[in-house]
Design a protein around this ligand. Structure first.
Ligand code: FES
Length: 96
C-alpha cells in the first residue's frame, strides 16, 4: 500500500474475493457498506449528464445541496448554473 494512490488501494480492496478487506474514506466518513442507494449515470448525447438517485452535491466553497430523483450536470461548459445544466448546450450547438 505504500506509494499507491487512494483509487488503487480502494480498487484492490474492492477486488478482494473473500471480502475480508474493507476501507472507508476519512474525508467523507462514509463506509461503502453504509451506502444504500444505487445511482444511475446517463450521458445524454449532445446534452447533460443525468444522474438518477439521491445526491449530495458539494460545491467548491463547501456549500452542499441535496438533490433527489434526477439531476442534470453540464457537460458542455456553457451553463450559467454550473455544475448543473441550464439548457445552454442547445444554443451553443454542443456536440459530444
Ligand atoms: S450540458 Fe446543458 S448547459 Fe451544458
Amino acid at each position: 500500500m505504500t506509494g499507491a494512490d487512494t483509487a488503487r488501494i480502494a480498487g484492490q480492496v474492492d477486488r478482494c474475493p473473500s471480502k475480508a478487506l474493507s476501507y472507508f474514506r476519512n474525508e467523507e466518513n462514509v463506509h461503502p457498506e453504509d451506502v444504500q442507494a444505487e445511482s444511475i449515470v446517463e450521458p445524454i448525447p449532445n446534452g447533460p449528464l443525468l444522474v438518477y438517485g439521491n445526491l449530495r452535491v458539494k460545491a467548491a466553497h463547501a456549500h452542499e445541496t441535496q438533490k433527489n430523483k434526477v439531476t442534470a450536470f453540464c457537460r458542455c461548459g456553457a451553463s450559467s448554473n454550473k455544475p448543473y445544466c441550464d439548457g445552454s448546450h442547445v444554443k451553443t450547438g454542443f456536440w459530444g
